[in-house]
Ligand binder design. Structure first.
Ligand code: ABU
Length: 454
C-alpha cells in the first residue's frame, strides 16, 4: 500500500505542477489515442518501473478540469478539504446501505440530508433524502416516486394509465430518458415553452395539464429547473408548485446545477416556493466544489422514498434501526460514500463558507456579463443571476471559436443554444477562480481570435 501511496503523491504533485504550466491539455485525436498511450490490456504483468511512466502519461494527457482555463461544463475547480474527504472515503471503502457497514458515515450522510432539507424549507423530521450517482439519477428517483404516488399498483402490475410528465423546453435531457426508464413512455412528456429568459411559462403548464385531463390522461410529474443547463435560468417555483397542488401532480425541482442557492441569503429568492416541492435535487459537485459525484435528493415526506425504494434482504439488514439503514431508500445496493467530501468541506468552512462559495460564482458571472455588456464586440444572450455567461464575440461562429480553442489547447469552453441562437457558454462554477482569472479568459480569447484571423 505504502508504495502505491508514494506513487500517488508523486503523480499528484507532478500533475499539479504541470497544470500551472499547461492549464489546457493538448488533445490526442481519438484515432491516435491507443497508439500514443499504452492503454490496451496485456496478459503479462507490468512492473512499476514500466507501469508508472504509462500512468503518468495517462494522467498528464487527461483534460484538466480544475485548471483556471476550464469553463466547459457545469463542474470544475478543486477544493482541497472536499478532496480530503473524498480520498478518505475511497480508502475506507464503506458501502452506504447499512449502519453495520457504514457506521458513523451514515450519520454524516443523515446530518447533511437534515440540513439540506431544512434549507429547502422542509420539516426535517418529516423529510428524508439520499444520494445517487448524478443528477440524472436523483431526478429519476423523483420521477419514480411520482409514478408510485399516483398509482401504487404501477410497481407491481405495471402501467395502467397514461401518466404525463411536464418539463420546460430548456430543461435537462434526463427527463425524457428517465420517463422511458420508468415505463411511462417518452411520448408522454410535455415540453412547456420557456419565456425570453429561459423560464418555464406557468400559464402554459396549467393549460397543458388541463388539456391532458380533458383527454383522460393522468398528469403525474412536473419537473421544474433551478438553473437550466444552458442559460442557468430559474423556473418560477412558487407558481409551478401551486399549479401542482391544484391538480395533485408531483412537484420535483431539478436543482442539480443551481439548487445550491439554498445556501445564499442573497440568491435564495430564485427558488422561492421550494418548500412546495415534493422532491428537490442538488449536485454539490456543481456549485459546491466537491469532486464528482455528489448528487443529493431530499423528499418532503420520507414515506415516499420507502414506498418506492424499500427492499428486504436478510443477508444485508442485520441491525434494527432502519432509519440508519439507507439501503432501504436507495435505488442502488452497493453505494459509495459520496457525502464525506461534502461534510469535510462543510465542517471546515461552515454554512457561511458555502454561502460565500455560491455567491462568488454568481459574482464572477455578473462581472463577466458586465464586461461583455460594456464592449461593443460582444453580444450577450442572458442577463440576471446565472452562473452561465452566454455571449458571442464579434461575428465569430461559436462552434468554430470553441473548437479551435480546444484543438489548440488554449481554453476549454463550450457552446450552447437557446431557441435558434447559438453562443459561447462560459460557466463560472470554479469557485477558486478570481476576477483576474475571468479577465484573463477574455484577454486570451480575444488575442486568439485576432492571431487566428477568426
Ligand atoms: N448535467 C450536466 C450537463 C452538462 C453540461 O451542459 O455541461
Amino acid at each position: 500500500m505504502q508504495k502505491d501511496l508514494d506513487i500517488f503523491v508523486q503523480l499528484v504533485n507532478e500533475m499539479l505542477e504541470d497544470e500551472v504550466a499547461n492549464p489546457v491539455v493538448v488533445p490526442i485525436p481519438v484515432e491516435r489515442l491507443y497508439d500514443e498511450i499504452d492503454i490496451q490490456l496485456n496478459d503479462e504483468p507490468m512492473i512499476d518501473e514500466d507501469f508508472v511512466p504509462v500512468l503518468r502519461k495517462l494522467v498528464l494527457n487527461t483534460p484538466k478540469t480544475a485548471s483556471k482555463l476550464f469553463f466547459n461544463q457545469l463542474f470544475g475547480g478543486r477544493n482541497s478539504k472536499a478532496i480530503l474527504g473524498e480520498l478518505l472515503s475511497v480508502i475506507m471503502n464503506n458501502s452506504m446501505y447499512t449502519y453495520k457497514v457504514g457506521g458513523p458515515q451514515i450519520g454524516v450522510e443523515k446530518a447533511i440530508i437534515r440540513k439540506i432539507s431544512t434549507l429547502v424549507g422542509y420539516d426535517a423530521d418529516a423529510a428524508e433524502g439520499t444520494l445517487a450517482p448524478g443528477g440524472s439519477m436523483t431526478n429519476l428517483m423523483g420521477l419514480l416516486m411520482a409514478r408510485d404516488a399516483k398509482d401504487p399498483n404501477a410497481k407491481t402490475e405495471g402501467m395502467s394509465m397514461r401518466m404525463i410528465s411536464y418539463t420546460s423546453a430548456e430543461s435537462h435531457y434526463s427527463l425524457p430518458k428517465n420517463v422511458s426508464f420508468a415505463g411511462m413512455g417518452r411520448d408522454n412528456v410535455r415540453f412547456i415553452e420557456a419565456d425570453d429568459y429561459g423560464r418555464m411559462k406557468p400559464e402554459l403548464l396549467e393549460k397543458s395539464i388541463q388539456e391532458d385531463i380533458e383527454k383522460g390522461y393522468t398528469p403525474t410529474f412536473v419537473n421544474a429547473t433551478a438553473g437550466t443547463t444552458v442559460l442557468g435560468a430559474f423556473d418560477p417555483l412558487r407558481s409551478i408548485g401551486e399549479i401542482c397542488k391544484k391538480y395533485d401532480v408531483w412537484f420535483h425541482v431539478d436543482g442539480a446545477y443551481c439548487g445550491s442557492v439554498i445556501f445564499s441569503d442573497k440568491l435564495r429568492k430564485h427558488i422561492d416556493g421550494s418548500e412546495l416541492a415534493d422532491s428537490f435535487t442538488l449536485n454539490a459537485h456543481k456549485m459546491l466544489s466537491t469532486p464528482l459525484s455528489c448528487s443529493i435528493i431530499v423528499v418532503r415526506e420520507k414515506k415516499r422514498l420507502y414506498d418506492t425504494f424499500a427492499n428486504k434482504a436478510s443477508y444485508l439488514y442485520q441491525t434494527e434501526n432502519d432509519e440508519f439503514n439507507p439501503g432501504k431508500i436507495s435505488m442502488q445496493c452497493g453505494r459509495r460514500n459520496d457525502t464525506l467530501k461534502l461534510w469535510t468541506l462543510w465542517k471546515s468552512v461552515g454554512t457561511n463558507g458555502l454561502e460565500d462559495i455560491v455567491d462568488h460564482q454568481f459574482d464572477l458571472a455578473q462581472k463577466a456579463r458586465d464586461y461583455c455588456a460594456d464592449n461593443p464586440n460582444y453580444t450577450l444572450y442572458n442577463t440576471g443571476d446565472s452562473v452561465a455567461v452566454c455571449f458571442n464575440y464579434k461575428d465569430i461562429d461559436p462552434k468554430v471559436l470553441c473548437n479551435k480553442l480546444y484543438d489548440d489547447a488554449e481554453i476549454m469552453v463550450g457552446y450552447g443554444k437557446f431557441r435558434d441562437q447559438e453562443f459561447v457558454r462560459l460557466v463560472t462554477v470554479n469557485a477558486s477562480n478570481s476576477h483576474e482569472d475571468l479577465a484573463n479568459f477574455f484577454t486570451k480569447m480575444e488575442a486568439f481570435a485576432e492571431v487566428n484571423n477568426l
